[in-house]
Design a protein around this ligand. Sequence first.
Ligand SMILES: O=C(O)COP(=O)(O)O
Ligand SMILES: [Mg+2]
Length: 231
Amino acid sequence: MGMGNGTVVFDLDGTLADTSGDLLAAANHCFRSMGLGDQLDAGVAADRAVAFRGGRAMLTEGLRRAGRLDEDVVTQYFPRFISAYGAAIDVHTVLYPGAMEAVAALRAAGMAVGICTNKPEGLAQTLLERLGVRGEFGALIGADTLPVRKPHPQPLAETVARLGGRAERACLIGDTITDRDTARALGVPVVLVTFGPEGEAVSALKPDALLHDYAALPDIVVRLFAEQVAP
Ligand SMILES: O=C(O)COP(=O)(O)O
Ligand SMILES: [Mg+2]
């Protein structure tokens, strides 16, 4: 079976892997170096949700809580956040249950599978290698692979192209409004996971499907591809 069976692109943070613990630890490292102490708590769902919106979102939220919000400080500390995160990227991070079994099932059904993330490409490569799964994905596009990042549709389009696929038979599996908007901009269906910190609330983003358990993903993907306009 070839890649004509479709292309499935995954987001990374909050979708394939629960990276929130290491992301929040790196942000707290920055707040401590500012003399502010820890500002975000991995035990709090709302804080894990901030983590999945990325480094700038965490720095912004922590500074806001400390009454010190300043975009210049966010920009200044972002490189320190990246280096702290890179130094401890797989301490708490785990793949979501069933994620890699679903990837294996999609590949066994002849589908091409890749990753489109707003993590810097190098960090995403490192994390996937540490988790032992880089080889399962045929393409990886990060925030800095192209001049634009999600929600611009180009990174998703490029991921599909590098997998040898076509947008007419592709879908994106993600966890946030950024993923929803990226998929809509390219005109491909989007599946949002409900096992993240926002739970069922992601249904407000009106995805084409909700994913409660990775075991259900192969059937969902087959249904979405069948609903896409025939080329
Ligand atoms: O780092 C981010 O901004 C989010 O990364 P993601 O696109 O893999 O969810
Ligand atoms: Mg995500």
